[in-house]
Design a protein around this ligand. Structure first.
Ligand code: ZN
Length: 127
């Protein structure tokens, strides 16, 4: 089944604009309970590094790293919105903030599983 979707993604103030391609649409959105994600509370979807392009505002993005400094968390330095991060688990993938995708309300996604970021990454079953 081919449900490739391409979205425009923006931070809140609009300084940062990205083009995000999701080869399978919004499938398997997740949250994470690691020390960083539990504070920011975003719901993310994954996509390959080649599927995200920064169209505008790269200079407005700031990088935040902690702990092993493997994951790269990007946020807009003007409005503070976390747009995406490069994963620690799989550095070939980005996790994109679903709330930044144009036309998508993350609260419409229903129950979203939480990854066990505290202990080890695993797919929660969401139940
Ligand atoms: Zn912004």
């Amino acid at each position: 089944m081919n449900t490739v979707k391409t979205y425009k993604a923006t931070c809140h103030c609009g300084a940062v604009e990205m083009k995000v391609t999701l080869p399978n649409g919004i499938t398997a959105p997740s949250r994470c309970d690691c020390s960083y994600c539990r504070r920011r509370g975003t719901i993310v979807v994954e996509t390959g590094l080649e599927n995200m392009e920064i169209m505008k505002g790269a200079e407005s993005l700031t990088l935040y790293q902690f702990h092993t400094e493997t994951a790269q968390h990007y946020f807009c330095k003007i409005c503070g919105i976390n747009t995406h991060h490069k994963q620690r688990m799989n550095p070939n993938r980005f996790s994109i903030n679903v709330g930044c995708l144009e036309g998508i309300n993350p609260f419409d996604l229903g129950s979203v599983p939480t990854n066990d970021g505290i202990n080890h990454p695993s797919d929660g079953d969401g139940s």
